[in-house]
Design a protein around this ligand. Structure first.
Ligand SMILES: O=C(O)[C@@H](CO)OP(=O)(O)O
Ligand SMILES: [Mg+2]
Length: 400
């Protein structure tokens, strides 16, 4: 029933206005699935390769599509194995991880369509759908996502005490609005960055004060615990020649960076810290995790790039205690599931994540529910972000 009869690929716009790959998968019984690849700006050195959309589509049409026709969309490992075989490299540099992930997601949706099941249930099984991830909402940011704003890439609201996913989603939107109020009261003008977070021209130290104030106001209002966290995206700050983290005029040695982050965790009771150190520095990650890993999540994004090999290395040395999962970093849903499973078996928390360049695709909302992820990071406001957040609300409401 889920035998694939057609795969079509096209260029569509992403949220930055760049071209990305959209895939449609059709099955012989009329099943239909559509997936679109997201795109990063602060990409990790070890991510699978994204090719220019047109190039990726041409290569996938020639090498992958003929292998996919006749396979069963419901056999995700066969579909993803065919994508890997068609590519023939370790990093999808032949057909592009953008076409690979779009097809992988479209196949899963086509299979769910044939089965008449919501995607999260097809991917996760009959017993999924009761637990929901806590959304981490980007409310202030800079780095590679906005010029002339904070050095730290993302300040993320974390409504850890929310009684439901819907209340969590609305709490993050309220923190986003409260940040605008606090900035306004301080006379700070702010544009928005790539993910819809405010991108004010203020120091990181001031941003901590602004976000703390906004979180406190909303916490008082909603009556449940809201904390916040960070994506430092430190690989973008690290200058390998200098061996130091560069914050504008100021630099920090690796020891100073560990000290700085550990201090922030305690001062602001941070719930979450992603990529606090360079993507090659497992050792410093391990040192920081040893110091503060009992009271916060230290998450590897550029460090692990959703790759089981790199995660295994991290587990061996105790680098981090959680992993960011981005299907396009590795190229297929099967690979992303393998990373989730390895993480879970080793007590690592999983955080399913969007990219800074996104589309209306909602797969990651289903993936988070299907894998029982503790968290999802998918922005706060803006259509390509609310697409996922609203899908989570629908899943909770049994309306997908
Ligand atoms: O660093 C990150 O975690 C992501 C998403 O927030 O950014 P980008 O997609 O630019 O890599
Ligand atoms: Mg990151």
């Amino acid at each position: 029933m889920t035998r694939i009869t057609g795969v079509s690929l096209r260029r569509v716009l992403d949220s930055r206005g760049n071209a990305t790959v959209e895939a449609d998968v059709l099955t012989e019984s009329g099943g239909f699935g559509r997936g679109a690849a997201p795109s990063g700006a602060s990409t990790g050195e070890y991510e699978a390769i994204e090719l220019p959309a047109g190039e990726s589509i041409a290569a996938a049409r020639e090498h992958a599509v003929p292998r996919l026709e006749g396979l069963y969309a419901g056999d995700q490992r066969a579909v993803d194995g065919a994508l890997r075989a068609a590519d023939g490299t370790d990093d999808f540099s032949a057909i592009g991880a953008n076409s690979a992930v779009a097809i992988s997601m479209a196949a899963a949706k086509a299979a769910a369509d044939v089965l008449g099941a919501p995607l999260y249930q097809h991917l996760g099984g009959a017993f999924r759908g009761d637990n929901f991830p806590i959304p981490l909402g980007n409310v202030v940011g800079g780095g590679e996502h906005a010029k002339e704003a904070t050095h730290i890439q993302e300040f993320l609201a974390a409504p850890v005490g929310a009684p439901s996913v819907s209340e969590a989603v609305f709490a993050n939107a309220a923190v986003h609005a409260a940040v605008a109020d606090v900035l306004d009261e301080r006379g700070v003008p702010a544009a928005k960055g790539d993910e819809g977070a405010w991108a004010p021209p203020i120091s990181d130290a001031d941003a901590f004060e602004v976000v703390e104030e906004a979180v406190d106001r909303v916490e008082d209002d909603v009556g449940f615990e809201i904390r916040f966290g960070l994506d430092v995206a430190a690989a973008e700050l690290y200058d390998a020649d200098e061996g130091a983290y560069v914050y504008g005029e100021e630099t920090k040695s690796t020891d100073e960076q560990v000290e700085y982050i550990a201090g922030l965790v305690d001062e602001y009771d941070l719930a979450y810290v992603e990529d606090p150190l360079d993507e090659n520095d497992y050792e410093a990650f391990a040192e920081l995790t040893d110091r503060v890993g009992d009271r916060t999540l230290i998450c590897g994004d550029d460090l692990f790039v959703t790759n089981v090999g790199r995660l295994r290395e991290g587990i061996d040395v105790g680098a981090a205690n959680s992993i960011l999962i981005k299907p396009n970093q590795i190229g297929t849903l099967s690979d992303a599931f393998d990373a989730v499973e390895l993480a879970a078996r080793n007590g690592y928390e999983t955080v399913i994540s969007h990219r800074s360049g996104e589309t209306e695709d909602t797969t990651i909302a289903h993936l988070a529910v299907a894998t029982d992820a503790g968290f999802i990071k998918t922005g706060t406001v803006g259509g390509e972000r609310t697409a996922k957040l609203n899908e989570l609300v629908r899943i909770a409401d049994d309306a997908v």
